[in-house]
Every structure is written in C-alpha cells, then in structure tokens.
Write a protein that binds this ligand. Sequence first.
Ligand SMILES: Cc1cc2nc3c(=O)[nH]c(=O)nc-3n(C[C@H](O)[C@H](O)[C@H](O)COP(=O)(O)OP(=O)(O)OC[C@H]3O[C@@H](n4cnc5c(N)ncnc54)[C@H](O)[C@@H]3O)c2cc1C
Length: 409
Amino acid sequence: MTIDTVVVGAGPAGATAAREIAARGRGVVLLDRARFPRDKPCGGGVTVRCASLLPFDLAPVVEQVVTGAVLEDRAGRRVVRETGVPLTYLTQRAQLDAYLVEQAQAAGAEFRDGQHVRSVVQQRDGTYELRLAPRAARAAKGGGPSGAGGEVLRARTVVGADGANGVVTTQLSFAHPSERAIALEGLLPCPDGVPAWLRGRVVLSLAYLPGGYAWLFPKADHINIGLGGWEAAAGARLRPALDAYCRAHGFDPATLVALRGHHLPLQAPGMTVAAGGAALVGDAAALVDPLSGEGIYAAIASGIAVAPAVDDYLAGATRDLAGYQLALTRELGSELAASRDLMEVFHACPEPFAFALMRSRRVWGAAVALVRGETTYERITHRTGPIAATLGPLARVARRVSRRRYGAR
Ligand SMILES: Cc1cc2nc3c(=O)[nH]c(=O)nc-3n(C[C@H](O)[C@H](O)[C@H](O)COP(=O)(O)OP(=O)(O)OC[C@H]3O[C@@H](n4cnc5c(N)ncnc54)[C@H](O)[C@@H]3O)c2cc1C
C-alpha cells in the first residue's frame, strides 16, 4: 500500500505538518524514533506569536505564563521589566510534543513511535521508500517483516521533520546548513516551587557568550538554566560558563540535573527545502531564528505552510512541492534575513544594543510586540528609517569581524 504522506519526526514541525495534512483528508503516518512522551534539550518557551498559530489552546501543557523579564548585560547590570500581558508560555517538551501529536491523531494521522527511519530513497515512479530499523524485539528474532532490514513503507510524499542533520536531508541530498549555534542546558530542581522572584518571569543575560545569551526559565517544579552561542566561539566554554552562570544567580552547579547540549541549525539564504514530493520543515529546514534562538515558532509555521503544497501535489494539481518553498520564503524568508542581520550587528558590539534594550522603553516595547506577534523584525527595522537601509551592509561587515575574531561558525 502506498501512503499519501509519511512524516519523519514528531517534534512540533512534524506533528503540525501531520495534523494539517491529515485535516485535508490525506492519509498520514507520523513516525518518531523515540518512545513518546520524549524529552529533548529545549527551554520549552512558546511565544504568544507562536501559540497563536495553533487552532487549539496550549493551556493543558503550560507550566508558567511569562509576563515579565529580568534583563542582564555582560557587566551583570540588571533591570526588571513587567508588562502585565502574556509574552511566552513555558512548557516542558515531553508534554508539549505529546500534546501536539495528540492533535495530529485527532485530525486522523496515524502515529507510530519507536520507529527509526534508516533510509529514504526516491523510486523511479517518484514515490519514496522508507526503510525502518528493526525493532529490538524483532531484531532478536532475526529481523522484521522484510528481513534484516526492518519494515519498509512506501509513500507518495515525505516530510522531513527529523531535526538538524536528519536522515531525510542526508538521503535525499538536501544541503546541510553551513552554520549552527550550540546550546547547553540543565535543570535545577525546586521541589517547593520556583523562587517567588522568578515566577512569571524569565532571566535573559544578553550576549553572555558570543553569538548567544543565557537564560533562566522557571517551570512548575524546576528551573531550566542554559546558554548558547556560535559553535566556534562558545562550544568549549559552555560547561564552565554554565557553572559560573549558576553561581552568579545563587544556585549550586552541583545540583544541576539532566545536562544536555544540542545544535541549533541556521539557514543559509536560498536553501532548498522542497524537491519532488519531499520537503523539510522545522530544524530540518534550519529555520531557527538567528537572533533569539526561537525554533518552535518556525517549526509550527513551516508545518502549516507545507500542507497546502502536499495536498495540491497529491491531488495531481502540481508536479512538485515548489509551492511550499515559495510560501516559506514569503512567510519567513525576510524575517529570518532581518533577524540574521540584527544578530550579526548585535554580536559585533553588544553593549550599546543591550543598553538600548534595557534602558529604552521604546526598544523594549518593540521586543514585546515581536514576541506577541504584533510586529515583525522587518517592520521594526523599517521603522528605524535610514538605519534600515544600512543594516544589510553593516551586518556583512559585522559578520567579517566576528569571523576574524572567532573563526568559522
Ligand atoms: C538548549 C536549547 C534550548 C532551546 N529553547 C527553545 C525555546 O525555549 N523556544 C523555542 O522556540 N526554541 C528553542 N530551541 C529550539 C527548538 O528546540 C527547536 O528549534 C525545535 O525543537 C525544532 O522542532 P522540530 O520539530 O523541527 O525538531 P525536533 O523537535 O528536534 O524533533 C525532531 C524529531 O525527529 C525525530 N527523529 C530524528 N531522526 C529520526 C529518524 N531517523 N527516524 C525517526 N524519527 C527521527 C527525533 O526523535 C525528534 O523527536 C532550543 C534549542 C536548544 C538546543
């Protein structure tokens, strides 16, 4: 039997793509190599702009509603900003992702966890053959239904939602992102609840490491503490920097649990994310916001954007999924480009920008409007008038400076 669509990876991108495609009446199988519910390295911060993309409420998986922030600069100066309105919902990925998968199932998608896709090959007739790793039990008995290679699925379309460096990217010869950031996080257990000063607030320590920042995200019974930056500049410093960051905020690094690091892929402009009946979404398409490190928004946005193109292709109205590439460029292309330019300029000389964010109510107001989805990077940069015209060239210079300072990223 040939399935309409197989989605590889059941994070926010894959679960959303599966839900949206199934809701159009198409047959969808959603696969993940992990057993669900599964956790993954992530702050679990879902901005209001991100939550508003979803046609259902995230309340069942929200542990804290963030209405304010403690902003810190590299010298340790801090300001507290309160807004009185929701900015971000703090979740745990194990619960969030399982919930998004439930929504996909409710729309008609079939979910199979514990299914590791080993290979994806396009056939002569344009369909895709996906070979799964044999399950442990099956392997012990000498192989799955199709012998030692494990089960084989055939699909008319494939959505690669398997994160950075996933099997779909590699096997279907999509380009891997040339740049990536790296982040490390740990959990500080708070059995009696998080400290009062942190409830409903996040701590953001701007430019704590080159190309990134450090954070404290309070959840129901623990604090997620982490930091990130460009791999070349921050990679080796992550662990000692995390310990120092704990101590600076009055926490003993020896009490950290569940330490884990992960990459954040950054898209090169013009990267191909669709070919034939295959498309990449979320981290597989390297859609992380370069300035903020937010990835769940683009994961969900791309999962939504891919569905009409898949539906048209399955209906025989188009010959490939190029419509998705166009939609993604239209919806996210200029935003990612503006975020990237701002990131380059910010990290070339972070102090004045951190100062502006911490001291200027106007700049802070723009950041609030951004996470609430009331404005965009593009509108913010346009509002700066003549500065907007120089942002691109400035970013190119800043990039050269940071490359010279830190090497390839
Ligand atoms: C430390 C850290 C903190 C972060 N904090 C935030 C934050 O607070 N807010 C935010 O918006 N973003 C954050 N991000 C980014 C965010 O985590 C990602 O952008 C987001 O998870 C991307 O979702 P996705 O669905 O594309 O991929 P993922 O969530 O990575 O899901 C990919 C899935 O594919 C499965 N998979 C992989 N290979 C296979 C295979 N061969 N076969 C079957 N299944 C496979 C995996 O098991 C996984 O479940 C953070 C990232 C890091 C590293």
